[in-house]
Design a protein around this ligand. Sequence first.
Ligand code: 3PG
Ligand code: MG
Length: 396
Amino acid sequence: MPGIKYFPYNLNVENKRIVVRVDLNVPLKDKKIQDSTRIEQVIPFLQDLVRRKAKIILISHLGRPKGMRNNALSLLPIYKYLKKKLSTNMYFYTGEINDELNTKSSFLKESEILLIENIRFFKEETENDEKFSKKLGELGEIYVNNAFSCSHRKQSSIHNITKFVKEIYAGPLLEKEITAIDSVIKNKKDPVTCIIGGSKVSTKIGVISSLIKSTNNIIIVGALANNFLAYKTNEIGKSLKEDNSEDIVKKILEEAKARVCKIIIPEDCLVSKSFEGEAISKNIMSIDKDDIILDIGPKTVSIIEKIIDNSNTVMWNGPAGYFENKRFALGTNAIAQRVSRNTKSKSLISVLGGGDTVSAINNSGLELSFTHLSTAGGAFLEYLEGKDLPGLSVLK
Ligand code: 3PG
Ligand code: MG
């Protein structure tokens, strides 16, 4: 992306306080890390800064605690993980964003790291509050945004903070992600297929309507598909669905028709009576009132595989089912295998993004390869859409 100031690899950071925004928003279950990809990806830059004797202040969010302290969303497990991996003194700050924090950060010695507790415990973070951003900015002489995956958020530690630090840069991980996605956008070849799934329905539905303009096929899977199925008056039982999604689905289908972009939705699925239950394969017409749709079915898998075979570019965000229960990971794994196989054998260009998608791929136990695997989900889609991401414009 033109105009972005990247962190110069030879910048002298010795003895300087450097605030780094990272994305440590990893899936947790009972405070146990389910997938460490995002953490692993931030480690090399931190190691580099440690070696170069910077004093490092780390900021991240975890989940969506809505401005309130929430023990289940504490960064503590992630702090412990990082501390083990990084051979330096590392501290965890759980207090307020105030002078005490500033004093603590100024007492850091060379190569030491201070991780601030989940920044979204403070409502000012998501409000992009000026005073709060100033306090964060005053923690360092240099600010680095190394969280491409959060750069679509207009929030203090991503956006307004940049007003209050003299030297601001995009970090190497952010640079790597943007360079890879830019190259895919530049080199992409028709037919282009987008596979969109997952559960963050409201955030994705807008993106789809814009992808219609540049894509030949849009395959809708995961909980997202339930909105389309319900719109077509299918019974979806107790499956996850967003309220009042009918108008937007209607608009998407109309736009797709006008632009000759094919929208593919599941024809069969795997259902269960509970998330932990057994999988039953059903045609989409025969869902019962107490069924929950948790994966796409075998017929839909083979339809999708054929479309992948006929594509030259595939972009994918969001799993096809509730992969956390391996009975419902079949659709996600089948798509992953076909995309990977064609990337290797037929030079398919493939980009995948999103915390859950990456986690599903890593938990599949399969040997897979793609043109680019992005840590970003929402940011990745908005970037593909050609949107000006608030976190990136401030780095120019
Ligand atoms: C993500 O998981 O997509 C990023 O960490 C951003 O999280 P958010 O969607 O809660 O802002
Ligand atoms: Mg996410």
